[in-house]
Design a protein around this ligand. Structure first.
Ligand SMILES: *Cc1c(COP(=O)(O)O)cnc(C)c1O
Length: 379
């Protein structure tokens, strides 16, 4: 394969490694004494690169990581990440050996998975720590709270597996006022009690929202994702304030102007002519489109920064291109930088801004941009 490392795309996702470490330390400072903060690096590190993000968190003191799939856990281990790696969404039976060969921590929610792990452990003459997932109101993965006692007894009865923890997840902890969060927490506490007085069982339920808004629910470990990447789980920028500090956004996304042109009043722009100019209009053409994870629903809605000023997207976002209005911005030339996410001059566009225009959340936007573009890491 040809080495294309010097053949860069116009479009670059910049990932600030220092900000990753900063956010990890800032959130860790919210943990009660001796309580760990697991770093969620699923979704290829929420678009920031799973391995690079995990390395940055590890440098900042992180020793526990979370991924969605077994495959991600194996890749993380292969990349040299030490410490515990939690696999959150289960496994396909014929892949079970990887938990042992890569030393990964299974989160389980079925008796079949528990029995298979136990049987495999016995065959390998070892034991494995497992965490039981309980559904406290998310209606996603997890056994019913009333079944926790039964599952704990099943795990206890099998020599190869050891119940090391009980896990749950909040559906609404991003909202400080949510009633379901306290309710889910009470359900979780009651479910955990059904296990009895085992000392080494680690209870954990707190995602970023809970760490920031409901610190009393942190229990034995926090599990943060989005906040480590610089955004609060809600869309309220004030929720990014931690004590007298602020979470730092990690990702920015830039491109370069590939063409500048002036069109007359009454000119239709892009597919479907959904925008027709009312005046003579100067356009910059940007080589960014939905193929790059820049949502098509930003058509006639989004803004970008050029020469430190805001330029509106005119007409539809195409697969690889979009047009922005630079009529009021002097001196724009081919090759000039355009910032789609991040700061330029005095102006800033946040992932929450773009997500707001697109009717989604920062989580999705970061994954889309980060996982569809060349990432460049900066310190
Ligand atoms: C994604 C995830 C988290 C982290 O959630 P954030 O809102 O990003 O902090 C924690 N726990 C589980 C089970 C998750 O899937």
């Amino acid at each position: 394969m040809k080495d294309l490392s010097d053949l860069q795309s116009y479009n670059r996702v910049l990932v600030d490694i220092t900000a990753l470490a900063y956010n990890y330390r800032l959130l860790s400072s919210l943990m009660p004494e001796g309580i760990e903060l697991l770093a969620m690096v699923k979704g290829d590190g929420y678009g920031h690169g799973m391995i690079e993000s995990a390395k940055a968190f590890a440098k900042a003191g992180c020793v526990t990581f979370g991924v969605a799939e077994l495959r991600e856990g194996v890749l993380l281990r292969e990349a040299g990440i030490e410490g515990a790696i939690f696999v959150m969404v289960g496994f396909i039976p014929d892949q079970v050996s990887h938990y042992f060969t890569s030393c990964l921590t299974p989160v389980v929610f079925s008796s079949e998975a528990i029995e298979l792990l136990a049987q495999t452990a016995l065959e390998r003459d070892t034991t494995i720590d497992i965490h039981l997932k309980v559904d406290c109101g998310m209606s996603r993965l997890g056994v019913q709270p009333s079944e926790v006692g039964r599952f704990a007894r099943l795990i206890e009865s099998l020599p190869g597996v050891h119940l090391a923890g009980v896990v749950s997840h909040f559906p609404e902890s991003d909202n400080v006022k949510s009633e379901s969060t306290n309710k889910a927490y009470r359900t979780f506490e009651t479910a955990c009690q059904a296990i009895g007085g085992q000392v080494h069982v680690l209870n954990h339920i707190a995602n970023s929202g809970a760490v920031l808004n409901f610190p009393e629910t942190i229990c034995d470990m926090g599990r943060a994702g989005i906040a480590l990447y610089g955004y609060p789980p809600s869309t309220d920028p004030e929720d990014a304030v931690v004590g007298n500090k602020r979470l730092r956004p990690v990702m920015s996304f830039t491109t370069r102007v590939v063409m500048v042109k002036t069109v007359a009043a009454g000119t239709g722009i892009s597919y479907g002519h959904t925008f027709v100019t009312e005046r003579e209009t100067k356009l910059a053409v940007l080589p960014v489109g939905y193929e790059d994870g820049y949502p098509r629903c930003l058509s006639n809605r989004g803004e970008v920064l050029i020469k430190g000023k805001r330029a509106s997207i005119l007409g539809r976002v195409c697969m690889n291109l979009c047009m922005v209005d630079i009529t009021e911005i002097d001196g724009v030339e081919v090759g000039d930088e355009a910032v789609l996410l991040g700061s330029q001059g005095q102006e800033t566009i946040t992932a929450d801004d773009i997500a707001g225009w697109a009717g989604t959340i920062s989580y999705e936007l970061l994954c889309m941009l980060g996982n569809n573009n060349q990432r460049v890491y900066t310190e």
